[in-house]
Design a protein around this ligand. Sequence first.
Ligand code: MN
Length: 239
Amino acid sequence: MRILLTNDDGIEAEGLRYLVDFAKTLGEVCVFAPKLQQSAKSHSIEIHSAYEVKRSDIFGDVEAYSVNSTPADCVRVAILGMKKKFDLVISGVNNGPNLGGDIHYSGTVAACFEGAMLGVKSLAFSAAFNSFGNAVKNLGRAYEEILRRGLWERADIVNVNFPEEGEEMLVTRMGPAIYSDSFVIENDMATPCLVCLYRGTRDLSLDTDAVMTGHISLTPLGYDLTNFSALTPAERKIG
Ligand code: MN
């Protein structure tokens, strides 16, 4: 199996080192990772200017490239630019969760959307902030659980989040946003203030609640953003 790895925290990110070690146990690994921190850059891509794609020996004998652009561009330049073939894209291990509404901002998950758009099954791994221990310990278990449940037969992307502690695995759906978005406006400057909103609910069908209560969350995601519940049965059948 040929595996493309990326990480929105950059090529020097701690979580990427853990991911390289894990992915080497699964198959042939190639890394395309951003040169710089790209968290919360979502699915942004560069279409106007050239950017640096430079071979790196940071992972020893593992083929690796430092890309001076976004995580989505890492996937694009590997597959579309350098014509490499992959059976799986893995993004992470992110420093911090990618849950609920935050998935829309996630550079980690966006790399997986790009993989899916280019026809490759994808997997996002995210750990608790500055706490990789539980994630690293359970990467293999989560991967095996995805296979055992056949999630990639039904979804192109699986978004996995690890709590700081706790090993029980749940298949979930996207929960609500877990941060408030407020700003301090002063002296012609806007300073964003992120405050965690999670209030300790316990709906374990939601990724947010599952992880906040100490479970490993596996959420199947899809490229198609159509709101199927907004379509009447007749509309769904058109085409
Ligand atoms: Mn990140």
